[in-house]
Design a protein around this ligand. Structure first.
Ligand code: C2E
Ligand code: CA
Ligand code: CA
Ligand code: CA
Length: 273
């Protein structure tokens, strides 16, 4: 009985915390407490940064800078992810417009939670936003997780398919960490897979870790999917991935997530890794 009551109190506390955070997030959107940073992505063939990933940050008035790891999962559970995600895309599109005006030839990758594909109109809405900003759908990459293709919620899939049909690119984020079924790769129009950092961590010291990444890269080539390696932190990892034929490298070794102005100046410089 006692443990039941403890458990119950814990649950209530968690629920209160969620309700509180939910309201804080909505207030934060209104008060412009969120901002985007951009992590450059190195294009091996072009030998330059040709893409960037938009990553959200929360500058909270009392609690300081909060990591997305601490609020995205909550936002996904409370539904706050929809207004927040809407703000994120709107801001990313405004930034893309600026990058274009500066003459930069860039694709920008934006993270999407699967719940954001739940409303039937989102594909049309997002395409209209791109076109109003004078951008081509091809300039936007949406980072989704494998779960979008596993769930039976077909409205998510039809939105994803319709966005892709009109030119928006699709990347599978955290590839290999979620569902182990791979058959969706041959059935759905995936443009990029992003190999999760956990696969990259030990490629320089462990033959098996390296062999596994080699297999992932080769499989992607067979399926005509481009590969982005995530979380590349060392020269050794970078060199190995180049040898294995990886198409794109993202990680602290190349560049950290940067404020917009720093991102703009870095991507304009020639890179000699
Ligand atoms: P993610 O999409 O897998 O993003 C990559 C994360 O790895 C980012 O963390 C990035 O800063 C970090 N990272 C990049 N290179 C390295 C490296 O070399 N070493 C290490 N240790 N880390 C590296 P961040 O920005 O804290 O984002 C965490 C997660 O929060 C993201 O993981 C993504 O799942 C989520 N997230 C971030 N921004 C958004 C967003 O706008 N919308 C949604 N739905 N989720 C977001
Ligand atoms: Ca991502
Ligand atoms: Ca990832
Ligand atoms: Ca992720």
């Amino acid at each position: 009985r006692n443990t039941f009551h403890f458990y119950d109190a814990g649950m209530q506390k968690e629920a209160d915390h969620f309700v509180h955070l939910h309201h804080e997030i909505l207030k934060g959107i209104e008060q412009r407490q969120f901002f985007l940073v951009y992590q450059p992505i190195f294009d091996v063939a072009a030998r330059r940064f040709s893409k960037g990933e938009a990553l959200v940050r929360w500058q909270h008035p009392e609690r300081g800078l909060i990591s997305p790891f601490d609020f995205i999962p909550v936002a996904e559970r409370t539904g706050a992810i929809r207004p927040l995600g809407q703000w994120i895309l709107q801001q990313a599109i405004a930034d893309m417009q600026l990058f274009q005006q500066l003459g930069l030839d860039l694709q920008i990758s934006v993270n999407r939670s699967s719940q954001e594909f739940n409303q039937s109109k989102v594909a049309d809405d997002w395409l209209a936003q791109l076109s109003a900003a004078g951008l081509l759908p091809e300039q936007l990459i949406l980072e989704i997780t494998e779960s979008v293709f596993m769930d039976t919620v077909s409205v998510q899939q039809s939105n994803v398919l319709s966005l892709h049909q009109q030119g928006v690119k699709l990347a599978i984020d955290d590839f290999g960490t979620g569902y182990s079924a791979l058959n969706y790769l041959s059935r759905y129009p995936v443009d990029f897979i992003k190999i999760d950092k956990s696969f990259i961590n030990h490629i320089a010291e462990q033959d098996k870790a390296c062999a596994l990444v080699a297999v992932l890269i080769n499989m992607a080539k067979v399926l005509d999917v481009q590969v982005v390696a995530e979380g590349v932190e060392t020269r050794e990892q970078f060199d190995l991935l180049l040898k294995l034929g990886c198409d794109y490298i993202q990680g602290y070794y190349c560049a950290r997530p940067l404020a917009k102005a720093d991102f703009v100046s870095l991507v304009q410089q020639p890179q000699a890794f």
